[in-house]
Design a protein around this ligand. Structure first.
Ligand code: ZN
Ligand code: ZN
Length: 243
């Protein structure tokens, strides 16, 4: 079974693609179970199309399973791992466009995709553990007078950039160094607008080779290779600078 990576599948609305190859009997049972629950949901007043109800049903079946304490000697006994349930860390952003438009307002860390305010409401009402992180204004400038980058900058930069910002690199920003784009030693600030996630390898490439980049705007970077090729790196990936 495979659950699509929302980044590679280009999903931006809190939906993942799921596909898999199953033993015929397992596949049949899964299909019957999903359909049965989807019809039940319909009887209970869920008026979404059958396909949507089937997808809801599959999630419910999964959570019902996660509630079972399958690997412990019993609830409360020493060594019991308990049931994991669903735990989601949701970063909620409130912006002026959120209030007027239908933009996604949150980013779900484990699913690595934006989610809508409707989904957040639904999740808060279900039997899941949802951790809502405080609002972080991604455009905030709070420079500090130190070379060391504080944790709150780190979180803000990771939410803005998601990945190493070297051309074509996909390493998650959570596993990257933060580069001072313009050197602190030359008077540039330790401020999110001057901090860019680069994985260790590409941080070294930037520091020790002729690779360089400019910040077009926070979240959008223009790289120049040692032989003079240029790349734009932003939320759409890596592409020629004139796109
Ligand atoms: Zn700044
Ligand atoms: Zn990298």
């Amino acid at each position: 079974m495979e659950v699509g990576d929302p980044d590679t599948h280009g999903n931006t609305n809190g939906i993942v693609h799921l596909s898999g190859v199953l033993d015929a009997a397992d596949g049949h049972d899964l299909d019957v179970a999903i359909t049965r629950r989807a019809h039940l949901l319909g009887d209970l007043g869920n008026d979404a199309p059958l396909d949507v109800r089937r997808s809801v049903a599959l999630g419910e079946l999964a959570r019902a399973d996660l509630m079972l304490d399958l690997d412990g000697p019993g609830p409360g006994s020493p060594g019991s791992l308990g049931s994991p349930g669903r735990k989601a860390v949701v970063n909620v952003h409130i912006t002026d466009t959120t209030l007027v438009g239908h933009n996604p307002v949150g980013r779900w860390d484990e699913g690595r995709c934006p989610i809508s305010s409707e989904q957040i409401k639904e999740w808060l009402g279900s039997a899941s553990t949802v951790i809502v992180r405080p609002v972080i204004d991604l455009a905030d400038h709070v420079p500090i007078d130190s070379y060391e980058i504080p944790e709150r900058h780190r979180v803000q930069v990771q939410l803005r950039d998601h990945r190493c910002r070297f051309p074509h690199c996909t390493r998650p920003a959570t596993r990257c160094d933060l580069d001072h784009a313009r050197p602190y030693g030359e008077g540039w600030p330790t401020c999110p607008c001057n901090e860019v996630p680069l994985c260790r390898r590409h941080h070294r490439a930037k520091t020790h080779s002729a690779w360089s980049y400019d910040i077009v705007m926070p979240g959008s970077y223009e790289w120049t290779s040692p032989s003079g090729f240029r790349f734009r790196v932003d939320h759409h990936g890596t592409h020629p600078p004139d796109d």
